[in-house]
Design a protein around this ligand. Structure first.
Ligand SMILES: Cc1cc2nc3c(=O)[nH]c(=O)nc-3n(C[C@H](O)[C@H](O)[C@H](O)COP(=O)(O)OP(=O)(O)OC[C@H]3O[C@@H](n4cnc5c(N)ncnc54)[C@H](O)[C@@H]3O)c2cc1C
Length: 603
């Protein structure tokens, strides 16, 4: 933690009364808007100002320490040991003010604690914190679930607004957005405060009430972050993006106003929140989402097979793509397959609406085809398909694919997928992604697709996430996604390809060893694999929250033709750029760290 020289505290203290009166949406003095202040600056708020803020937010102002600070001072002390023991528990990480689900990204970002955090308990706390940040010209950061790949929920020398403690979930039998009375039909819905994670909603909506809400696949992602991303879950091929289900949000904007936004009130901001990227629009305090009838069954198909030669692997990819196009390209099937440099095809797909028998029947021709050629294919993990009662899908007690948070006091329903464990605390070596248009599934195009997948898989494992492309989804899900800010490429895509790799936790302060050369090699191979796919989709779009940190065409890639409209909405609601995130709407006006306005940098 940086300490301020005594003199600077006095100067800042003298300036405080003036700064308290400054209104962010008025024309601002150059020093206020062009350069944000750091603890080492004379204009940094005085101790007395921070004290005033602490009182105003019910004492919930925290001085933030790095997550492994205790390990730097006392490596064998209980605090360090507790941190090390829990660092693979995503709920524990989420409970830390400096917690980030990832421990960084090579040459991109590393976790850096804010100077202070407001652990908000209400929209009023958030409005107070936003006001304080804008009046004192602070770098502001917003954090919910802490699952930003891009590292956008942490920044050194900032004030953090942390929503973790606001996690109430309320179900409605019939909900009409405010101001939409008579214009919208009442629908069943769920309201979640911004700090809730998807598991909180799945428990309340599905396990307890037998209904469905479209959220994320990873149970520990925050609701507000995911909605603003666009948001895909395992069953998005059927229910669309999470943002499409948004009926209403409450948000504190840069002018500290607490606004209700929906299709009838502030419809422009409402649209921007649906996929326009987290941390750019204000602080969302709660969201209300439509709920749906729950299908009777959720199911899966699994297994891993290795081709015994390159030639056989090409044949395998071609057969799978044909099989997918003919049998799985519909609202029932989502999640993933991966194609590895070791000539492996791994199946990790899910479905909705089929019984076990139906799921097995669908996969039988493909499994028979594989089993008929043992000279070409070796089954590494048993192939299979099956289904279960959908209501148990997120019930930790009934699901051996989940790990429960067993810490004292943790809700009994808190768990995470075993399959997501590898990501907890991971350090990213490289990451890229692109939407693959459904036109590539046409018979005459399949060869090109198969060639690109084979060539790309020579460098790195390619994951095809079918639930993250909405081609093949029901028309109403496609229409709803078109009403969001997400790149329209999503509705033409049959799948979203992700190529990524990383290493074990490398949080600052945590003893770890990293082979940087190997990490760089990984990163280069990811670029090479992506380049092979780009040969068939040169101007591919990419999902804002699962994308390359270094994508220089981010505006077009994340939002396509929607960017211009998003930018206009940004200028309307946040003209001074209080809400800055890496590659967020309007971030081109600022330095990479968000501290200096571009015009000021040019001076
Ligand atoms: C391990 C992992 C698994 C993932 N799984 C999925 C998945 O299954 N499906 C999917 O679609 N995406 C997934 N993502 C991407 C994820 O949806 C986004 O990164 C999302 O923004 C994370 O939200 P969060 O609140 O957890 O993270 P945070 O890091 O807290 O926030 C992410 C961004 O949203 C902003 N934000 C958070 N809360 C608020 C708020 N209340 N108001 C305004 N801005 C806010 C932050 O400032 C930040 O810019 C995953 C990411 C990771 C790291």
């Amino acid at each position: 933690m940086k300490r301020r020289p005594f003199l600077k505290i006095i100067v800042a203290g003298l300036l405080q009364p003036f700064l308290w009166k400054y209104s962010p949406l008025q024309a601002a003095p150059a020093h206020v808007t062009d350069r944000r202040v750091r603890p080492s600056d004379t204009l940094w708020p005085s101790a007395a100002s921070w004290e005033k803020l602490r009182e105003a937010v019910g004492e919930n102002l925290i001085k933030v320490e790095p997550m492994f600070a205790a390990c730097e001072t006392e490596p064998n002390g209980s605090a360090c040991l507790e941190a090390v023991e829990n660092m693979r528990n995503p709920y524990w990480i989420g409970d830390q003010p400096a917690g980030t689900e990832l421990s960084g990204w090579l040459d991109a970002w590393k976790p850096e604690p804010s100077a202070y955090a407001v652990s908000a308990r209400s929209a009023a706390d958030i409005a107070t914190a936003v006001n304080f940040a804008s009046e004192n010209n602070l770098r502001l950061v917003v954090k919910g679930g802490g699952h930003s790949y891009q590292g956008t929920s942490n920044a050194a020398d900032s004030l953090l607004i942390w929503t973790r403690a606001m996690n109430k979930v309320t179900l409605h039998d019939s909900f009409v957005a405010k101001g939409c009375e008579g214009r919208q039909a009442a629908v069943p819905a769920v309201t979640a405060e911004a700090g809730a994670v998807w598991m909180d909603l799945y428990h309340a909506v599905t396990t307890e009430r037998g209904r469905y809400v479209q959220g994320g696949g990873c149970t520990t992602v925050g609701v507000a972050g995911l909605i603003q991303s666009g948001g895909f879950g395992s069953f998005s091929k059927s229910f669309g993006t999470a943002a499409s289900g948004l009926l209403e949000a409450e948000i504190v904007t840069a002018d500290s106003a607490i606004r209700t936004v929906n299709a009838c009130t502030n419809p422009d901001l409402f649209w921007a929140l649906k996929g326009g990227g987290g941390g750019s629009w204000g602080v969302v305090t709660k969201v209300t989402l439509q709920t749906h009838d729950l299908p009777e069954f959720f199911g899966a198909a699994w297994g891993k097979v290795q081709a015994r030669s390159d030639e056989a692997f090409r044949k395998l990819i071609a057969q799978f793509i044909r099989f997918y196009a003919e049998n799985l390209f519909n609202p029932h099937w989502g999640e993933q397959v991966s194609l590895g440099p070791d000539n492996t095809l791994e199946l990790a797909m899910v479905c909705q609406g089929f019984s076990s028998q139906e799921a097995r029947q669908i996969w039988k021709p493909f499994f028979d085809w594989l089993n008929a050629s043992p000279q070409d294919f070796l089954v590494l993990d048993k192939l299979g398909a099956g289904a279960w009662k959908a209501q148990h899908f997120w019930n930790v007690e009934h699901n051996d694919q989940m790990i429960r948070d067993t810490r004292d006091g943790a809700p009994r329903f808190h768990g995470w997928w075993k399959g997501d464990s590898g990501q907890t605390g991971a350090f990213v070596h490289g990451y890229d992604s692109l939407w693959l248009p459904a036109s590539l599934l046409r018979q005459q195009e399949q060869n090109r697709l198969v060639g690109a997948l084979f060539d790309g898989s020579r460098y790195k494992k390619i994951g095809l996430h079918f639930n993250k492309g909405l081609a093949g989804a029901p028309p109403e899900a496609v229409a709803a996604a078109r009403e969001t800010a997400t790149n329209p490429a999503v509705v033409d895509a049959f799948a979203f390809a992700i190529i990524a790799d990383g290493g074990p936790p490398a949080y600052p302060g945590l003893a770890h060893s990293m082979d940087v050369d190997m990490a760089r090699k990984d990163s280069r191979k990811i670029d090479q694999a992506t380049a092979e796919l780009r040969k068939v989709v040169p101007d591919a779009g990419s999902y804002v929250s699962e994308s390359n940190y270094f994508n220089s065409s981010w505006q077009a890639a994340f939002w396509g033709k929607n960017y211009a409209r998003l930018r206009a909405i940004k200028d309307k609601y946040d003209p001074n750029g209080l809400f800055f995130v890496h590659h967020g709407v309007g971030s081109e006006d600022w330095s990479a760290d968000g501290f200096t306005r571009a015009a000021e940098r040019a001076r």
